[in-house]
Design a protein around this ligand. Structure first.
Ligand SMILES: *Cc1c(COP(=O)(O)O)cnc(C)c1O
Length: 228
C-alpha cells in the first residue's frame, strides 16, 4: 500500500506538470493537496515522505486524531469539509487553512476563535456553482458582500475561492463549471488583488481544473486509492 502511495504521488505530480505545460500555465503554479479522509495517519506520513506538505481533511474528529499523531511533521492542514458552528473552535485552533466557508457567521466565529499567537487562518470561500439548494457553498450573487465582510475580520486571511462542481465525465462540462469559478475569482481579484488561490480539481477532473486556472488541486483517491 505504501509503495503505491509513493508511486501515485509521482504519477499525479507528473500529470500536473504535463498539464501545466499543455495549458500554458507557469511551471509549478499548481499546488497539490493530498486529501486523506478515511485514511490512517501512517498513510499521511508516507505521503509526506514522498514530498507532500498540504493535507486536506473533511471530518473534524478524525482529523484531530491525525493532527495529534503527526505533530512531528511540518504539515499544513486544510479543512475542506462541511462546517457547523460547533466545529469552528477546534478548526481555528488546529488548522492552517479552511476551504469551505460559505457564510459570514462561520467566518466571524473562526476569526474570534483563532488563538492570538497563531497567524491568521487562511480562507477560501466555497461557491455553489450549480445553484442546487442542497449543496453547500455560497450563491455567486452573495460573493462580493461576503468577501467584503470577511476581509475586515482580523484573524482571517482571504486567499481565494473553492468549488466542487457537479460530477461529470465530460471534460467540456467540467471546464465550463471551472471557467465560471475562475471568472468569479478574477472579478473578485479586481477588488482584492492579494487573492492567489483557486482551489479546484479532484481526482476525476484535475486536468480540466488546471486548464481553467486552478492553483491547488485536491486529490484523494488518486493518491491513497479508493475509500471504503
Ligand atoms: C474527498 C474530497 C476531495 C478528493 O476527492 P477524490 O475524488 O478522492 O480525489 C477533494 N475535495 C473535497 C472537498 C473532498 O471532499
Amino acid at each position: 500500500m505504501f509503495l503505491s502511495i509513493e508511486n501515485n504521488i509521482a504519477k499525479v505530480l507528473e500529470s500536473i506538470r504535463a498539464d501545466e505545460e499543455k495549458y500554458q500555465r507557469p511551471p509549478c503554479s499548481v499546488g497539490l493537496m493530498a486529501v486523506s479522509k478515511k485514511q490512517p495517519a501512517d498513510a499521511i506520513r508516507q505521503a509526506h515522505a514522498a514530498g507532500i506538505s498540504d493535507i486536506g481533511e473533511n471530518y473534524l474528529n478524525e482529523a484531530l486524531e491525525k493532527i495529534a499523531a503527526l505533530r512531528d511533521l511540518p504539515l499544513r492542514w486544510h479543512f475542506i469539509g462541511p462546517l457547523q458552528s460547533n466545529k469552528t473552535r477546534a478548526i481555528a485552533e488546529h488548522f492552517d487553512w479552511v476551504h469551505s466557508v460559505d457564510r459570514l457567521k462561520i467566518a466571524q466565529r473562526l476569526s474570534d476563535q483563532r488563538p492570538p499567537q497563531l497567524p491568521p487562518l487562511k480562507l477560501c470561500l466555497q461557491i455553489n456553482l450549480s445553484g442546487e439548494a442542497s449543496k453547500s457553498g455560497a450563491a455567486q450573487e452573495n460573493l462580493a458582500t461576503l468577501a467584503a465582510a470577511i476581509s475586515a475580520l482580523p484573524k482571517l486571511e482571504l486567499k481565494g475561492l473553492m468549488a466542487i462542481p457537479r460530477a461529470s465525465d465530460d471534460v467540456q462540462q467540467q471546464r465550463t463549471a471551472f471557467a465560471r469559478l475562475r471568472q468569479a475569482f478574477e472579478t473578485l481579484r479586481q477588488q482584492y488583488p492579494q487573492l492567489d488561490t483557486l482551489s479546484m480539481g479532484m481526482s476525476g477532473d484535475m486536468s480540466a481544473a488546471i486548464a481553467e486556472g486552478s492553483t491547488m488541486v485536491r486529490i484523494g483517491t488518486g493518491i491513497f486509492g479508493a475509500r471504503d
